[in-house]
Write a protein that binds this ligand. Structure first.
Ligand code: NAI
Length: 480
């Protein structure tokens, strides 16, 4: 029986391995992590992450050919194939701080593999890493020269949170990069055989190792760039009276462009886009490619601009101050169908409003009060380095409350901001919400999910990103 071990039981390691176990009953899969609480959660009825369909997959395989354990060394030493799916956050200090990927977790995993291995291994980069990481990993793995042979493969993960199980069942492609040597090709084939249990051959792309590493960074940069492009257009739409939904539709009908990922919003979030672009920028700079680095930097700048533009719009619409006013925040996760709040635009929007002394009442169906408080207390980039966690300041504690549902959040509020596109926010009784709010009642839709016309008929003053402004907002220009 082939044995797989995955180091890192996070958003990628957990679901990816659960699907491999489901699709390959002849393979034994162990997912290991240094976090005891995470592993305990994977072994309980309350999984540590929320993903539609994940519970069913885990329940079908757990205890049969899928195991979650903190006994990292045992499972690593027994495995034939080791996936490394640890976090690779942005460095917060030292050389490249604020841009380069922090490979501390990766390096410590690689050193441990070298120390405990007693047989040849295939080591798979599942984490997103800078191009050329495999070279460094090879050096670490062979540092104690026990005569063990390692083949390093790059197999970046393209799943999207919120649709992870669907994406893993039917991936657009699986990418495997390896060395162009007989050993490298043999390793590629071994990994291809795993995916071939359920992924059609023509969707499994095999490349050289550097192409695979770089393709992941490139894919995330392209995706984020589409969002920043449409968000840049949304600002122009507001200034000219065009409607960004109509513009995206017309643009996306061009088959060379395509319709996906063209929704204007308050900005992109999630643990990957910003981190991976910053990493790309750093790699470009290290290679002397300043113009290329500047091009990609702009994608992040536009994203930051979009978030601050939203905050400015809220404040300027409400007579240039939100001090002491209750603002309801609907949605805190970075997108619907996930409880993940890493780099969510809600953090920057909430911090912006708190800076103007608003009182926030926050509701998200999947995010806990504890998580929201942690997120609002952290500095940029600290979210993936939990040791830096700061307690929330007493003033912030007073300004933030967490509500059980959207109606409670909105009660007596002056304004309501929709920051995540949860389906339930489309179906709310907005008349009931309007009746319970202070007047004039404002809705700021950061995800373009409400029926603007209907809400205006109810009596709301509505701002919806990239849509024609109503006369109230025209008279109160945002000072972005
Ligand atoms: P995560 O933070 O949810 O999980 C990483 C896990 O690795 C943590 O549970 C941590 O305790 C564990 N870990 C760290 N060092 C360890 C060690 N030495 N030994 C054992 N366990 C260790 O991270 P996530 O979101 O799963 O991301 C992992 C990688 O996958 C990152 O490089 C990310 O960029 C990439 N990725 C993430 C995607 C996402 O949607 N979250 C999608 C595609 C790629």
């Amino acid at each position: 029986m082939v044995k797989i071990c995955c180091i890192g039981a996070g958003y990628v390691g957990g679901p990816t391995m659960a699907v491999i176990a489901l699709k390959c009953p002849s393979i034994e899969v162990a997912v290991v992590d240094i976090s005891v609480s995470r592993i305990n959660a994977w072994n309980s009825d309350e999984l540590p992450i929320y993903e539609p369909g994940l519970d069913e997959v885990v329940k079908q395989c757990r205890g049969k050919n899928l195991f979650f354990s903190t006994n990292v060394e045992k499972h690593v030493s027994e495995a034939d194939i080791i996936f490394v799916s640890v976090n690779t956050p942005t460095k917060t200090r030292g050389l490249g701080a604020g841009k380069a990927a922090d490979l501390t977790y990766w390096e410590s995993a690689a050193r441990m593999i070298a120390d405990v291995s007693k047989s040849d291994k295939i080591v798979v980069e599942k984490s997103t890493v800078p191009v050329k990481t495999a070279e460094a990993i090879e050096k670490i793995l062979s540092h104690n020269s026990k005569g063990i042979k390692y083949q390093i493969l790059s197999n970046p993960e393209f799943l999207a949170e919120g649709t992870a199980i669907e994406d893993l069942f039917k991936p657009d492609r699986v990418l495997i990069g390896g060395r162009d040597t007989p050993g490298g090709q043999k390793a590629i084939n071994a990994l291809r055989d795993v995916y071939a249990h359920w992924v059609p051959q023509d969707r499994i792309i095999c490349t050289n190792i550097w192409s695979a590493e770089l393709s992941k960074l490139a894919a995330n940069a392209f995706l984020a760039q589409r969002i920043s492009s449409v968000n840049a257009m949304s600002a122009l739409c507001e200034a000219t009276g065009a409607n960004v939904t109509q513009v995206s539709h017309a643009v996306g009908r061009d088959t060379r462009i395509g319709p996906k990922f063209l929704n204007a919003s308050v900005g992109f979030g999630g643990s990957c886009f910003q981190k991976d672009i910053l990493n790309l920028v750093y790699i470009c700079e290290c290679n002397g490619l300043t113009e290329v680095a500047n091009y990609w930097k702009q994608v992040i700048k536009v994203n930051d601009y979009q978030k601050s533009r939203f905050v400015n719009r809220v404040v300027s619409s409400m007579f240039n101050t939100v001090s002491g006013k209750k603002i309801a925040i609907l949605g805190f996760a970075f997108k619907k169908d996930t409880g993940d709040t890493r780099e969510t635009p809600a953090i920057d929007v909430c911090k912006g409003l708190l800076g103007d002394k608003a009182n926030l009442s926050i509701y998200d169906p999947q995010v806990t009060m504890d998580q929201i408080q942690k997120d609002l207390s952290m500095n940029k980039f600290d979210w993936d380095h939990p040791i830096h966690l700061q307690p929330m300041s007493p003033t912030t504690v007073k300004q933030v409350s967490v509500a059980w549902d959207a109606y409670e959040a909105a009660k007596d509020a002056h304004g309501l901001c929709i920051l995540t596109e949860w389906d339930e926010f489309r179906a709310l009784d907005y008349q009931k919400i309007f009746n319970s709010m202070q007047k004039p009642a404002f809705v700021f839709d950061g995800r373009n999910i409400v029926d603007v016309k209907k809400l205006r008929e109810i009596g709301f003053i509505v701002y919806s990103i990239g849509k024609p402004l109503d006369s109230w907002l025209k008279d109160m220009p945002a000072m972005a």
